[in-house]
Each structure stands twice: as structure tokens, then as C-alpha cells.
Design a protein around this ligand. Structure first.
Ligand code: SF4
Length: 278
């Protein structure tokens, strides 16, 4: 991550008020999956006779009032967006239904904490942790295209989760990316849109990614202990076409680079973020 981007997101703790459609889709899609699996877990606990059906109902109960509002406000784009996302998520849940029925849900958006030193706690949140004879961490990805084998070899999240869970003595050797593809194709089959992609990482990749995570947590603790001015003095902008064109802070970063104090841009386009290091 670019150090300037890191400062905006985690030092200043700001985020864009209106996010791009792919970020909105990812956040809202995660929320629908969170609602489904939280309801599924609760219904499993009370031994409901059909937790899958009940949890699908919980998702609809959440979506329907939003849809009603969008429809009442004559907001055609928002109506279309909600309908498409709801259909995408329901299609995915149907695609992996046979897996879901075998899972015991251990945690949904569950936070784990590892004490790295007396002063440094590494906290991480897993989208879904299930057990079906094995513990399996699962990370959701809303993406335009499936990942190539080269990219899959490099994706860090599930490898990091496995390393961190091992550190907490969970017997876990593999996990999954639950991939939902939102690209509109002429003829979509479920196989074109969805994948439960198994990740069985090597010991070396787990050690590398978990080791990186520990190093980053220590660097962040060091930065947090500094004054804001001290932190800003350490920053090197990693500007490149690839990172900047996707960066939510580009509308602020460019003007500041050229001497603006960025106050008006901050007031109009950014707000205090709901995430960050605690
Ligand atoms: S616009 Fe580029 S240089 Fe600026 S914060 Fe984003 S990634 Fe970094």
C-alpha cells in the first residue's frame, strides 16, 4: 500500500463519502452474505428445521425495505443496483448450497486477536469461519473477472488467516475464496459467475505472509506512537498509474501534492471513516 494512502485511511482516518460502484458492490455484497450467515448460524444453534431457507428470508427482509425506498423515491439506478446485487448473492448461495449444508458456522465477520508483544495486538477479522471436519476460513471477493492462476498464487488474505489461526492453535490447513463475478455476460451460467476457490497454501507462503503481517503490525504500532507530524515526515508517496488510478484519495492527494491545504476537498468529499486500527 502507498504510505500516503495509508496515512489518509489510518492516520487521518478518512474515507470517501461517495465510493466507486465496485467498492459499493463489494461492501454491500459482504453485508448481504454477513446477514445470511449470521442468520444461518443462529438458526443452526436453535436446530431450526431449514436454516438455509430461514437465512434466505433474513436477506430478503433486509433488502425489501431498501428496494421499497428506492422504488418510492423513483431512483431507478438504485433499484436496479439492489435487484442485481440481491440476485447475484442469492445465485451464489444457491451455487454453494451443498457446501453450506455441510458447514457448521463458527464465526461470521469474527474478530481474532493475537498478542505480538506486551504493547502490540494484531486484530484480524475473517469473513466466515466454518467447520465440516476441518476448520476453513473463507474470504468473499466481488470481482469483474475470475483470478488468473498467477494472481491466485499471490492473493494474501486466506494465507494470512491460516497463518494467524495456526498461531492461535487452530488446526487449519486450507481455506477458500468465495468469488462472485459481477461482469455482465450475454449468457451467464452459474459456473461463469461463481467459484468456491480452494487455497491450500505451502508452509513457506503461510510463513511469509504471516511474517509480513507481524512486521506491518509492528511498523503501524511505531507510526501510531508518533505525532501526526512525525508520521507524515516518514511518508513516501508510491505514486504510479496502477495504484493512483484506483485510489480513493487521488482527488485529495493530487491537489495537496501541488500545494493545496485540501480543506475544502476534505469537507465536501470525505468523512471520518468507520474503520481503522484501534
Ligand atoms: S493517489 Fe497515489 S500517491 Fe496519492 S495516496 Fe493514492 S496511491 Fe498514494
Amino acid at each position: 500500500m502507498c504510505q500516503q494512502q495509508h496515512w489518509y485511511g489510518y492516520g487521518e482516518r478518512i474515507e470517501k463519502i461517495k465510493r466507486g460502484p465496485s467498492i459499493e458492490r463489494g461492501i454491500d455484497g459482504h453485508l448481504l452474505l454477513q446477514i445470511f450467515f449470521s442468520a444461518y448460524m443462529d438458526l443452526q444453534k436453535i436446530k431450526h428445521d431449514d436454516p438455509y431457507k430461514g437465512a434466505i428470508g433474513a436477506v430478503s427482509d433486509f433488502v425489501n425495505p431498501l428496494l421499497n425506498d428506492a422504488f418510492t423515491n423513483n431512483d431507478g439506478d438504485e433499484t436496479k443496483r439492489i435487484v442485481a446485487l440481491h440476485a447475484l448473492v442469492l445465485g451464489f448461495l444457491d451455487y454453494i448450497k451443498s457446501d453450506i449444508l455441510k458447514w457448521q458456522i463458527i464465526g461470521v465477520e469474527k474478530e481474532f486477536r493475537i498478542k505480538l508483544t506486551d504493547d502490540i495486538i494484531y486484530a484480524f477479522t475473517i469473513d466466515l469461519l466454518v467447520w465440516d471436519g476441518f476448520f476453513k476460513p473463507i474470504d468473499w471477493k466481488f470481482t469483474y473477472d475470475f483470478f488468473s492462476p498467477e494472481v491466485l498464487l499471490l492473493l494474501p488474505q486466506v494465507r494470512k488467516y491460516i497463518g494467524a489461526l495456526k498461531h492461535l492453535d487452530f488446526p487449519v490447513d486450507f481455506g477458500y475464496y468465495g468469488i462472485l463475478r459481477y461482469r455482465s455476460l450475454k449468457k451467464n451460467t452459474p459456473d461463469d459467475l461463481y467459484r468456491l476457490q480452494k487455497v491450500e497454501p505451502t508452509k513457506s507462503s503461510i510463513n511469509t505472509y504471516f511474517g509480513d503481517t507481524v512486521k506491518i503490525a509492528k511498523q503501524i504500532a511505531k507510526l501510531k506512537a508518533m505525532s501526526p507530524e512525525g508520521w507524515k515526515d516518514e511518508i513516501v508517496r508510491n505514486s504510479s498509474i496502477t495504484t493512483c488510478k484506483m485510489c480513493d484519495f487521488r482527488f485529495l492527494c493530487g491537489p495537496e501534492l501541488h500545494g493545496s491545504d485540501g480543506v475544502n476537498i476534505r469537507n465536501v468529499h470525505y468523512k471520518q471513516s468507520t474503520y481503522g486500527y484501534r
